[in-house]
Design a protein around this ligand. Structure first.
Ligand SMILES: *Cc1c(COP(=O)(O)O)cnc(C)c1O
Length: 369
């Protein structure tokens, strides 16, 4: 019979597009013994998570909870709850995740209008304004932090245009939450989803979401049932709300982890956390530029947590990533789509955003190059 050794995974510096590293306090929380998912102590913990999520999302939205699956499930939850077959939706596409939104919305039976921008550029508000002259969508959706390109999408103006056109505003904040400012109420975002394994530094497996009162109104007035049973927010709301109706067995251990990772965010302070991400980005930028790497994105639209640089001419990018992993135990990401083979994607997310990470990578890269 085949024998299996004790689990022995390498210790990596996780500097790719996610997952990021997990602080020891989060790992310890995951070793906490289970209680039942309807245990009064667990229900208190769910209330605490909701309140921590409201702080981090900067919202008063009652419907703020964590979907029991990764960020893509949060995406799906937002689209399938708000859209019914035949509804129109306008989606900004300037990378992989805008493209994924289109796919999800089409599968939900929606009529999708898309506004495209080159990868590495933002969706210009004027493009959305132009598109809104030609269609009347129920929802306008964009990605705040496009992890495939490193672009930080300004949201306020597009939010205003969407509301002026009578549409709901839907935002992907998977890579932004906990790394750069996300203001759900101030920016009048109606539906938003995130993920745990990027700037929140918690393992993958949950997707924080939040829905505004206007979004809930739309959900309440649906003519058809939400196509997904598992992601139906009105049912999830009765488990996370005061009724506590069993829906599915919550992933208890993951929620322990999320509680601790959110506590770490609040303890550090949001402004301090954003400043830390920005400072380490600057440190990395200086080092990369002195190695001859040019950034893909214009300075004012760069994400501090996801740095995209062109591979210097004549360098085999996949070989460099392999050597970083094999010889230095450092993970960074390669390019996707048209950028495959052309760029590196270097994540400085959450617990992976430290001067030590930056210096370790720069040292290894300069030795290899
Ligand atoms: C990672 C990511 C997702 C998908 O999240 P998963 O946890 O991989 O399902 C969606 N949108 C963006 C912007 C992401 O970076």
């Amino acid at each position: 019979m085949q024998t299996f050794t004790e689990l022995n995974m390498p210790v990596r510096l996780l500097m790719g597009p996610g997952p990021s590293e997990i602080p020891p306090r989060v790992l310890r929380a995951m070793a906490t013994p289970l209680v039942g998912h309807l245990d009064p102590e667990f229900l208190t913990l769910m209330d605490e998570i909701k309140s921590l999520l409201q702080s981090v999302f900067r919202t008063k939205n009652e419907m703020t909870l964590a979907i029991s699956a990764t960020g893509s499930a949060g995406m799906e939850a937002c689209f399938v709850n708000l859209l019914e077959p035949g509804d129109e939706v306008l989606i900004g596409v300037n990378g992989v995740f805008g493209g994924r939104m289109v796919d999800v919305a089409q599968r939900a039976g929606a009529k999708v209008h898309r506004v495209d921008a080159p990868w590495g550029k933002i969706i210009e508000p004027s493009q959305i304004a132009e598109a809104l002259k030609k269609c009347k969508p129920k929802v306008v959706a964009v990605v705040h932090a496009e992890t495939s390109t490193g672009v930080r999408q300004p949201l306020e103006e597009i939010g205003k245009l969407s509301h002026d056109a009578g549409a709901l505003f839907l935002v992907d904040a998977v890579t932004s939450l906990g790394g750069i400012d996300v203001r759900v109420d101030d920016w009048r975002i109606d539906a938003i989803y995130s993920g745990t394994q990027k700037c929140l530094s918690c393992p993958p497996g949950l997707s924080p979401v939040s829905f505004s009162p206007s979004a809930l109104e739309v959900i309440k007035n649906r003519k058809t049932k939400c196509q997904s049973w598992y992601l139906d927010v009105s049912m999830l709301g009765t488990y996370w709300g005061t009724e506590r109706v069993y829906h599915h067995t919550a992933p208890i251990t993951m929620l322990y982890a999320l509680r601790e990772s959110l506590r770490l965010v609040v303890e550090e302070g949001m402004e301090n956390r954003f400043a830390r991400h920005q400072g380490n980005h600057e440190l990395l930028r200086e080092g990369l530029e002195s190695l001859g790497c040019k950034f893909l994105v214009d300075p004012q639209y760069r994400l501090p947590e996801l740095n995209t640089v062109f591979v210097p001419p004549g360098v085999d990018e996949a070989q460099v990533r392999k050597r970083l992993l094999d010889e230095y135990s450092i993970e960074i990401g390669g390019g996707l789509g048209d950028l495959k083979g052309k760029i590196w994607r270097i994540g400085l997310m959450g617990a992976s955003s430290t001067p030590n990470h930056v210096n370790a990578l720069l040292g290894a890269l300069s030795a290899i190059l």
